[in-house]
Ligand binder design. Structure first.
Ligand SMILES: NC(=O)CCC(=O)C(=O)O
Length: 215
């Protein structure tokens, strides 16, 4: 096995998402290009980057992801094709945030990861759906529409093995522990934390994972 380079630049893209899917996709591609021009080798987009994040939007914005690995075929959705294209154009590993996916009549919150040749390395469907009801503050129930995923995704890069989760999955350290056991040195969880629990817990959760040496 070739020796792994010791350092690389990682870009974590934040986006203000609107209601126009084509605009969301082209802004995401623009940011991937900008990151690559600045030397990033791995680029990650946020959760639900092609659609507003709300259960009322998921069905309208959902796309099919017919094949989970390889170059996207003609049946692939527009987000899958756009991500593959920009990963190849820029020669970067791209963790494509997440999008609403429809698959055999069920809906998922799905993250697609691509290699520098534009091939899909795999998909991850959010395992722990985010349901919250804090009276007077925040009420949101992903499970009204979405089904949970049941598989993890890790893949090799030129620098380290990467494990993928999505936002609320961060709260379940078992996922990170499994990725640690698989040898992952980088965990990427595209997120759209809410503004009630986010400021309270986000950094704390990450520190907790590091203290338990999950990876
Ligand atoms: N998009 C999400 O899964 C939100 C998770 C979140 O806000 C939390 O507190 O956990």
């Amino acid at each position: 096995m070739a020796a792994q380079a010791s350092s690389f630049r990682l870009a974590l893209v934040q986006l203000a998402v609107g209601s126009n899917k084509a605009t969301n996709l082209s802004r995401a591609a623009e940011k991937v290009r900008e990151a690559a021009q600045n030397g990033s080798k791995i680029v990650a987009l946020p959760e639900c980057f092609n659609s507003p994040y709300g259960t009322q939007y998921f069905k309208d914005y959902a796309e099919e992801v017919p094949a989970e690995t390889g170059q996207p075929g003609p049946g692939a959705g527009e987000s899958c094709k756009a991500l593959s294209q920009v990963a190849r154009e820029c020669g970067v590993f791209l963790v494509g945030g997440s999008i609403p996916e429809v698959r055999k009549g069920k809906y998922y919150n799905t993250s697609m990861s691509f290699g520098p040749d534009g091939a899909l390395l795999g998909v991850f469907r959010k395992v722990h759906l985010f349901d919250i009801d804090i009276p007077g503050k925040q009420k949101f129930k992903e499970s009204d529409i979405l089904s949970p995923g049941d598989k993890l995704l890790s893949f090799d890069t030129d620098w380290c093995k990467v494990g993928i989760g999505i936002c609320y999955d961060l709260r379940f350290y078992e996922l990170a522990s499994i990725y640690g056991l698989r040898g992952c040195k980088l965990l990427l969880y595209p997120g759209a934390f809410n503004t009630t629990t986010g400021p309270l817990h986000f950094e704390l959760l990450i520190r907790g994972l590091l203290v338990t040496k999950s990876c």
